[in-house]
Design a protein around this ligand. Sequence first.
Ligand code: C5P
Length: 409
Amino acid sequence: MKFKNKKILLIIGGGIAAYKALDLIRLLKKHNNEVKSILTKSGREFVTPLSITTLTKNKTFEDVFDKDTDAEIDHISLSRWADIIIVLPTTANFMTKLSLGKAEDLATTVILASNKDILLVPAMNVRMWIHKATQKNVKTLLDYGYLFLGPEKGEMACGEYGEGKMSSPKKIFSYLENYFNKRNLIKKRRIKALVTAGPTREYLDPVRYISNESSGKQGYEIAQALSRLGIKTTLITGPSNLIFKKEIKTKNIVTANEMFEEVKKSLPVEIAVCAAAVSDFKPLKISKNKLRKEDLATNSIRLGKNIDIVEYLGKNNRYRPKLVVGFAAETENLNKNAVAKLREKNCDLIIANDVSKKDSGFNSDYNRVSIFDGSGKIQVIKKNKKSFIANKIAEIILKKLLVNDRSFN
Ligand code: C5P
């Protein structure tokens, strides 16, 4: 389905592919969308404000110090106005600026101040694209949540052949079609999700507790990825040093019992992702006062079992979420244990991660996961940022949830 009445903010960068922005504007306008544009200083070398304004029928914004505009307000109001921001072409230099979080002109300031989705459409010489510095920027920008389309393989303006060619306006248009359709569907179906994250603490006395290494990062990234898709997400998290974004409804808990209570309060939801490293056991007795050495002289703490939250959700007759996703942090027999967990807890998906490696998993920005559904292993994601993995998981979840909906692809 073609989209219409959308507000697109186009940032036109300094590359030969900038002329294609004009074609994209025509396509967007033909389908009754509104386009506003920011032309960067180097973009001005390739296209003129006059040709852009003629097509958008809107003023072309330029430098942040533009005397005709109230620039202070512009960078906020332009971002507020937009449904999505597209940078076209995204040059290698522009990517570096975004990676550093620069706010040196109107384009970079708008982006830094924005909470909207930002689609980068890179175009550059193949060597610039494959340079380690650029690829490092790609990773950083993906981690920040920027979306990418292309570049593609093909013949470039510089005469070379390879990866670096900008996606065509037609391709950008169909990307947007998919993007808006997906979000419309999510909005229409009012999809809600809950995500558990982080460790729990099970207290022995007022100052001592049993806990684990979990940082909460993978769960938080999943909550962010779902929320970015327009899904109303509640994050229920144990103690964590992470700074959570205000946009995500966050419930802070300490013990497994408290997590369970918050989970119940959040039902019903369509999606439940249990990424928390919940303590399986809790001390049977919590001492009101700090235990003394002598109190522990027996060298034993009596433990009782905590409720298994993901299993409660998976086997819930009344409020079973359509999709229950569990995690399996393993140090051995990853596949076998993951499949067994999926069955035992009646999950639809299990994300298994190997926590025996020091450079990923618990307390790291990185993870390596294998994803299983009832039919077996469906995807393996090699070591990558937790944010990247979260986006992949969110995509899989959505696909599974909307598999029978014809307007979704
Ligand atoms: O059995 P194991 O603890 O390895 O299973 C891990 C999965 O179960 C994770 O999804 C975790 O969030 C969930 N879990 C839970 N409640 C518990 C223990 C684990 O939801 N009490």
